[in-house]
Design a protein around this ligand. Structure first.
Ligand code: HSE
Length: 297
């Protein structure tokens, strides 16, 4: 028997919600197939990816999470894991989370679904820890639940599913690589109180805007005072690309997760392809190639 599961890309932080907000992005993602083994081993059999992904089962997020789940549930079976990576590693599109989530969903299906999505999130966090050293939940939770999510607490995990705005999302991935570990390493541990006040005002009104379906308020609340300014230097042309999106009619734009991918949200009446192409042009001025995806949120 074999089971295959797909898990989508995710856009974490959503500008104003570092480590707490995220949404799923359909249309691009990772696919994991599990086959049962009789020798109780968990091995990576095959990875279909243009890049080098860890084959070592102690390092690959898909095998790490399955191993933990099987140990905890005392499952006496092994699995061969095949991974088709749709999401580039180090892209900021939740690639490590998607492999872990697809593996867990397939494993849960194998076991006739004993675990809830909430319980699967607990296991997926071990994949994030293996990938970047920290159990941030803002990719795995929207990846598992879909839509827009808020992590009220990650230990114990408590999730709030938020209203999804009726907007298009553009993800633009410049062909650069940023390890999440590095992008977290550049962040200061202490921040000025006045920035905290401005940011918490924006985060709160951003969430209010989602409940109200108020895109003017969403736009007003979308400036990140804490994280974006500390990471902008990691991507050449970051502000030019972001401004190209805003000047082409996007409601907001920022890093997707820890970058280098940027996201932009736009009204469905606005030409999303034009926004993406204008963003792409800014990268091209710096001789940086990029690819983009557009999907309804
Ligand atoms: N919240 C995490 C970060 C997301 O920005 O470091 C990583 O995809």
């Amino acid at each position: 028997k074999s089971v295959t599961a797909f898990a989508p890309a995710t856009c974490a932080n959503v500008a104003v919600g570092f480590d707490i907000l995220g949404f799923s992005f359909d249309g691009v993602g990772d696919t994991v197939t599990l086959k049962r083994r009789l020798d109780n081993k968990i091995i990576i059999e095959n990875i279909d990816s243009p890049e080098i992904i860890p084959l070592n089962p102690e390092k690959n997020t898909a095998s790490v999470v399955i191993k933990k789940l099987c140990e905890d549930l005392n499952i006496q079976t092994g699995f061969s894991i095949s991974i088709r990576k749709g999401i580039a590693l180090g892209s900021g599109m939740g690639g490590s989370a998607a492999s872990a989530v697809a593996a867990l969903v397939a494993c849960n299906e194998f076991l006739l679904n004993p675990l809830s999505l909430q319980e699967l999130s607990f296991y997926a966090l071990f994949g994030e820890e293996a990938a970047c050293g920290q159990k941030h939940a803002d990719n795995i939770v929207p990846c598992l639940f879909g839509g827009m999510t808020l992590i009220q607490s990650s230990d114990p995990i408590h999730i709030v599913e938020l209203p999804v705005p009726n907007l298009n999302c553009i993800l633009i991935h410049p062909h650069l690589k940023i390890e999440t570990k590095h992008a977290r390493g550049v962040l200061k541990n202490e921040l000025p109180l006045k920035d905290y006040v401005k940011q918490s005002a924006n985060t709160s009104s951003f969430i209010a805007a989602l409940y109200q379906g108020n895109y003017d308020l969403l736009k007003k609340s979308s400036q990140d005072f804490l994280i974006e300014p500390q990471r902008a230097h990691l991507v050449p042309g970051f502000y030019e690309v972001k401004n190209a999106a805003l000047n082409s009619g996007a409601i907001m734009s920022s890093f997707s997760g820890s970058g280098p991918t940027l996201f932009a949200l736009a009204d469905t009446q606005i030409d999303a392809k034009q926004i993406a192409e204008n963003m792409q042009k800014e990268f091209l001025k710096l001789e940086i190639k990029s690819e983009y995806w557009i999907a309804k949120m």
